[in-house]
Design a protein around this ligand. Structure first.
Ligand code: TTP
Ligand code: MG
Length: 355
């Protein structure tokens, strides 16, 4: 198998960091995301609370015992999802081969990336910078040649980590890795390994494939491979996005052609830069929201796809001409690409970014 370049990104103290972002008063205080009731469980804690030993999956009662000043913040899942989407948008600038594992974690295959950058480490750094600059959150990244190593790498240097495991470092790294840090080894499996005298990767390596399979079933074969730096699982790209769009809401409503076209063209310029040139689409849609909140859309498709920026702009101009003269002033304009050339007929979600 040709050598791949895989990045694993994992946000630091994700839910807690979002809460601190939205409520700066919480920033220097120990917080736990979860409900403040005896029976509830802490979803995550910020680093100030972790110093006291507060952590994910701990009961709220024990958390409050360990850290008497602990502030409980109820979770807001729609907000985490929104931030997660924004982070994915940043990933898509670099590659379409993105496999989210949860709201705050994803694998990216950047072997062939959209910017033709030769270094996965550089891309990881750029992604971290983008996330910090645009979303004001901190991510940790792991970089290696397979998923298993990239995943472990992202945990090595948290928070704000960037940890790289090069092919010629992998074997030594794995030999020295404590057994409980192998991804896929939970508490029960770790205990079982320890009773067998396995404490580090190098101990695991002494065990035969037969023995491991007898002891752990399918996972045994996985452990046998990964400790040797072998993991051929591909990054399963999320192909569910059926459209990409951008929209903008005005402070003052727009009624005249020149302003309207200028705004729509600016949106398209950005949309083209971000997606259009990477993922040719067949359909361009213009969306308008009038002052009375009525929404209309007008679309046009080209069977060969928008391969050139000029074609997209000609179509945009045509769409703008269709809606003029405007029946009412407009408070919002959106432009959207859909019907991607490479897509098959799959179910999927829509995605719109505020601009
Ligand atoms: P994690 O990435 O495991 O944790 P984290 O981002 O809070 O902290 P770290 O800096 O160590 O990465 O999980 C991501 C989010 O998932 C986390 O913010 C809250 C949620 N979560 C739960 O709801 N229950 C859990 O048991 C865990 C571990 C996480
Ligand atoms: Mg995380």
């Amino acid at each position: 198998m040709d050598e791949r370049k895989i990045i694993h990104i994992d946000m630091d103290a994700f839910y807690a960091s979002v809460e601190m972002l939205d409520n700066p008063e919480l920033r220097d205080k120990p917080i736990a995301v979860g409900w403040d009731s005896q029976r509830s469980v802490i979803l995550t804690a910020n680093y100030a609370a972790r110093k006291f030993g507060v952590k994910s999956a701990m009961s709220a009662a024990i958390g409050a015992q360990k850290c008497p000043d602990l502030i409980f913040v109820p979770p807001r899942f729609p907000r985490y999802k929104e931030i997660s989407n924004a982070i994915h948008e940043i990933f898509y600038r670099y590659t379409d081969v993105i496999e989210p594992l949860s709201l705050d974690e994803a694998y990216l295959d950047v072997t062939y990336n959209k910017l033709d950058l030769p270094s996965a480490t550089l891309i990881a750094q750029m992604i971290k910078n983008d996330i910090r600059r645009e979303i004001s959150l901190v991510a940790s990244a792991g970089v290696s040649y397979n998923k298993f190593l990239a995943k472990i790498a992202s945990d090595q240097d948290k928070p704000d980590g960037l940890f790289v495991i090069l092919p010629n470092q992998a074997i030594a790294f794995l030999e020295n890795l404590p057994i409980h840090l192998f991804y896929g080894v939970g508490k029960v499996t770790a205990d079982k390994f320890r009773t067998m005298g396995v404490h580090f990767g190098r101990d695991l390596k002494e065990l035969s494939l037969d023995f491991l399979v007898k002891q752990f079933g399918k996972s045994g074969a996985y452990f046998y491979s990964v400790v040797r730096g072998i993991d051929d699982r591909v990054v399963q790209a999320d192909r569910t996005r059926k459209s990409v769009g951008m929209e903008t809401t005005f402070d003052t409503d727009i009624f005249d052609y020149t302003s309207f076209y200028a705004e729509a063209a600016e949106l398209l310029t950005h949309l083209w830069k971000k997606y259009g040139r990477f993922r040719p689409a067949k359909t361009l849609t213009l969306k308008l929201k009038f002052t009375n909140f009525k929404v209309i859309t007008r679309s046009n498709s080209v069977p060969e796809g928008f391969l050139k920026e000029e074609t997209a702009f000609e179509t945009l101009q045509h769409l703008v001409e269709i809606v003029f003269p405007l029946e009412l002033p407009v408070r919002l304009i959106g432009v959207q690409f859909s019907n991607f050339l490479e897509d098959h007929e799959e179910e999927g979600q829509q995605l719109t970014l505020n601009f």
